[in-house]
Design a protein around this ligand. Structure first.
Ligand code: AKG
Length: 335
């Protein structure tokens, strides 16, 4: 049985001007009816070169408490590393279908890595308008090059270069988040598995859609990771739920978009909030995004940091292995 890719469905749909019914979501879920129009959300901007350390800690902590999302500028990753990452990812998705299928997730395989299209329906029983590629990039012991594109030939080097520039930024962000909780620099990272943490790269490919108002790319969700560090292409599409409404997020070119994920919400005992977000699709343009999910190793137990628990602030979350958390979330079971 062959899996139909959204990219292929999109080519036909764009000719016909309609989309198949399994993609059409209920009117009260559609972006046009649920988005606040004419307003874009200016999410907090964190300048990583801010020389005033205390104000940097305060701003990241405030953004993580009240928004769960922020954009990082002056992060130190050269713009070319970002544009090269985008270029090779785009080149992979533009290959003939057969070449992409070489690294597809096999049918029946339970892993996450590989080229794929979400099987489970996304929004109220409907499918999202997106294909993806997942592969781990760090630590070396967790990398399986089978799932990395061989074409374009510079794919591996470019992704390794981006990862090497991202790791110090991730470390800095985790340190600042730790200090924002009144802890030492390394304590949040320790609570996530330290150097054993997995860096999982995903590429989302949202083809142009003739009826963008009828479907979403990804339905509303929070990320299971600790933090997610994302770069989008230039096409608008990320939306955040804030004060009971959905808003488009305004991007700053070459900034990194950081989502607080479920594991940081747990570890901070709810002080930091994981951000509820979704994506829309565009009528003329392909949207792409490159989220990097920083995940605890599967067997690692994550729970509220004991120092943060007091009589007045009792534990709000169970401590459990990350793989068990993922299992409950994917199967919609109570945590
Ligand atoms: O494409 C985006 O901007 C968001 C991606 C996302 O939320 C995800 O892949 O889980």
């Amino acid at each position: 049985m062959e899996i139909e890719r959204v990219q292929e469905i999109a080519s036909l749909s764009n000719l016909k001007g309609t989309i198949p019914s399994e993609f059409i979501i209920l009117e009260n879920e559609q972006a046009t009816t649920t988005t606040i129009h004419g307003a874009v959300l200016e999410v907090p901007v964190i300048d990583l070169c801010n020389p005033d350390d205390q104000s940097l800690v305060a701003s990241i902590s405030e953004a993580s408490k009240s928004w769960g999302i922020f954009q990082v500028v002056n992060h130190g990753i050269p713009n070319e590393h970002i544009s090269e990452l985008q270029k090779v990812g785009k080149e992979f998705f533009e290959l003939p279908q057969d070449e992409k299928e070489v690294i597809a997730k096999p049918i029946g395989y339970e892993g996450v890595e590989g080229y794929g299209t979400k099987h489970q329906k996304e929004v109220e029983g409907k499918k999202g308008w997106v294909d993806h590629l997942f592969h781990r990039v760090w630590p070396p012991s967790a990398v399986n090059y089978h799932y990395w594109p061989k074409n374009p030939p510079s794919y591996r080097e470019t992704n390794e270069q981006y990862t090497q520039s991202l790791i110090p930024v991730a470390d800095k962000l985790l340190g600042l988040l730790s200090r924002g909780l009144g802890l030492e620099d390394g304590e949040v990272k320790q609570g996530l598995g330290c150097e054993d943490m997995f860096y999982m790269l995903k590429i989302n490919y949202y083809p142009a859609c003739p009826c963008p108002e009828l479907d979403l790319g990804l339905g509303p969700h929070t990320d299971m990771s600790s933090i997610t560090i994302l770069v989008p292409n230039e096409v608008q599409g990320l939306q955040v739920f804030k004060d009971d409404h959905w808003y488009d997020v305004a991007y700053i070119p070459n900034a990194l978009i950081v989502h607080i994920g479920d594991q940081i919400e747990i570890l901070s005992n709810g002080k930091y909030k994981s951000v509820y977000h979704r994506t829309t699709v565009n009528k003329e343009k392909t949207r792409m995004s490159w989220p990097m999910f920083l995940e605890p190793p599967p067997e690692f137990e994550v729970g509220p940091i004991p120092k943060l628990i007091t009589q007045d602030n009792p534990s709000k979350f169970k401590t459990k292995k990350y793989k068990d958390f993922v299992d409950c979330k994917l199967n919609k079971l109570p945590q």
